[in-house]
Ligand binder design. Sequence first.
Ligand code: ZN
Length: 153
Amino acid sequence: MTANVIAAPHPKPAPTISAYNKPYWDAARQHELRLQRCAECGRFWAPPGPICPLCFSGEFTWEQASGQGVITSLVTFHKSYHPEFDNDLPLAAALVELAEGPRLITNIVQADGTPPASGMPVEVVFEDHADFSLPQFRPVRPASGTRPPTPQG
Ligand SMILES: [Zn+2]
């Protein structure tokens, strides 16, 4: 198990797989974050769909993303709205802007006591379940000897 993979602490609802998002979930199972990239304008997009939302081209490839991003918006749930998330409280749900541009709605995990905040750099981590792997994000740990990142905004 690599450093960016964590064992599922308990079962979670499985994603609904469609023809459009199957490559995303197949890549996640291999512990890769892949995004669609337009063959016409070169931009990445998420969530998966049949055409580029920027120029409407239907020509695209699936490319591996860096897995790096920044929290742009955040909410912390202290009440569970699904029994399979009861043990995750408090649950940090965030909008993460990826280095490639698209924004993903995701969970922030492994914050190690530091409250997640807008502007905080994060990296992808894959939570392995029996039949799928769930991409989530965790704060980027500063290398020893360097100052921690300063949240902005
Ligand atoms: Zn395009």
